[in-house]
Design a protein around this ligand. Structure first.
Ligand SMILES: Cc1cc2nc3c(=O)[nH]c(=O)nc-3n(C[C@H](O)[C@H](O)[C@H](O)COP(=O)(O)OP(=O)(O)OC[C@H]3O[C@@H](n4cnc5c(N)ncnc54)[C@H](O)[C@@H]3O)c2cc1C
Length: 407
């Protein structure tokens, strides 16, 4: 129990994301755990923790969710929440990195996770503006139309439906001037604050205890148990402990396979004149830096991008202004409309990996300690995959795809 710092300390986000001002993003929590021993302790109270807790909360198991912040107030509230099966690294490129069978399994698993997340939200009746959408993936400076055609073929070959659109079709159907695009199904968008809070409230009704304002500072596996220390000097033991600490990952997992970068986002005023098709599509592009956008339920355009490979740049006030101006200019030019002065501009830390894959599983040399690092543009989809993998392990089984994401 002698690590100087257990999880990496960050501000996580700067300025005020849109969703903070929406209703139902808070969750009742206690200041202290009610007991000293649990079946499972989940560290963090963002979307990853909410989905892991949801998968494990069977009404019998004792589960503690513990966060040093208030629930839902880490990265999840800053998310633009485009819920996609498309991974940052295109399938045909991932096949070159990890082999065709594994790359196909990853993409297939991602598609199933989006569908499963939709089912969960529906079955629990969570009011979070979750809406099924199609994805339009536009050609850009990284992949032109020929590469997108190859990508669409790779996806169809893997059983993941994707339609290639040429320049004329992109203009005719969407009024966008790009050399090509892939149109695919299996996406959604939601209010990530309401999604996370709704899931956490649902787990509370199944007996999950939520404590906030208390940091886990040290950890040790002893025999079949894990003991965690809190910042106020108490010891908590559990059969399993799951770190869902987002970009404040466990220090022992620091590696050159993943990095923390900076990202920016904005939301327009509601009710601006947007093309009708945007209500049923989310859009991103094969460019670096890339631009991505969606609409919100109250008729705003929510746009993000301009990622920078610097873990602190999101804290700069001048960059907040210049990066969001660039985003505004780019999206206005693409859609050929002036989206006006944004009502919200925010910046945040963001995690990426070289393969675009999340890191999920048991922490090396720490029995019964798991970590969920859903790094990448579809982090929410990865949180659902993590919930499935971790719950299988805690239940004594092994998810057939666990090897794809293991540390
Ligand atoms: C601007 C932006 C846009 C994004 N857009 C998308 C998108 O469109 N689609 C998508 O799928 N994903 C997107 N993502 C990624 C997605 O939002 C993240 O993957 C997801 O929110 C991470 O959730 P989490 O629960 O893992 O982390 P968090 O929400 O950050 O929760 C982790 C929690 O752990 C707590 N914690 C950390 N250390 C400790 C400790 N030692 N003790 C106690 N508590 C601790 C923190 O306080 C924090 O609340 C975006 C992210 C950002 C920032």
């Amino acid at each position: 129990m002698n690590s100087p710092q257990l999880t990496r300390e960050r501000d996580l986000r700067d300025s005020r994301p849109l969703w903070i001002d929406t209703p139902r993003v808070s969750v009742r929590s206690s200041k202290q755990p009610a007991r000293s021993s649990y079946d499972v302790i989940i560290v963090g109270a963002g979307i990853s923790a909410a989905l892991v807790a949801n998968a494990l909360a069977d009404g019998n198991r004792s589960i503690l969710v513990i966060d040093k912040r208030s629930p839902v107030k880490g990265s999840s509230i800053a998310s633009t929440a485009m819920i996609q099966h498309e991974i940052d690294v295109p399938l045909h490129q991932l096949q070159g990195m990890i082999g065709k069978p594994d790359a196909n399994r990853v993409w297939q698993r991602s598609a199933r996770a989006v569908m499963r997340l939709n089912e969960i939200v529906q079955s629990l009746d969570i009011s979070c503006a979750m809406k099924r959408k199609k994805t339009l993936y536009l050609a850009g400076d990284e992949l032109g139309s020929r590469a997108l055609r190859t990508e669409a073929d790779a996806r169809n070959d893997a059983g993941i439906k994707a339609s290639f659109l040429d320049k004329n079709s992109v203009m005719a159907e969407f009024g966008l001037d790009r050399s090509g695009a892939i149109l695919s199904d299996i996406s959604a968008s939601a209010n990530p604050g309401q999604l996370t809070a709704g899931l956490l409230r649902s787990t509370q009704s199944r007996g999950v205890e939520i404590v906030s304002g208390l940091e886990i500072t040290a950890l040790k596996s002893i025999g079949g148990e894990v003991v965690a220390a809190t910042a106020d000097g108490r010891l908590l033991s559990a059969g399993n402990i799951v770190f869902c600490t987002g970009y404040e990952f466990l220090e022992t997992l620091a590696s050159d396979k993943h990095e923390i970068i900076s990202t920016w986002a904005l939301a327009s005023k509601p009710g601006i004149a947007l093309p009708d098709w945007l209500n049923s599509h989310i859009v991103w592009e094969a460019s670096d830096p890339y631009l991505y956008f969606r609409t919100s339920q109250d008729g705003r355009l929510v746009v993000g991008g301009e990622d920078e490979s610097n873990e602190n740049a999101y804290q700069s006030a001048s960059k907040l202004k210049s990066k969001t101006e660039t985003i505004r200019r780019k999206v206005s030019a693409l859609l050929r409309i002036d989206i006006g002065e944004p009502e919200y501009r925010w910046a945040a830390a963001f995690g990426s990996t070289s393969t675009g894959l999340p890191l999920i599983g048991e922490v090396p040399d720490m029995k019964n300690v798991y970590s969920v690092m859903g790094f990448g543009g579809n982090g929410i989809t990865f949180s659902q995959i993590a919930a499935e993998i971790v719950s299988s392990a805690v239940n004594g089984g092994r998810d057939p795809d666990a090897d794809l994401f293991a540390f």
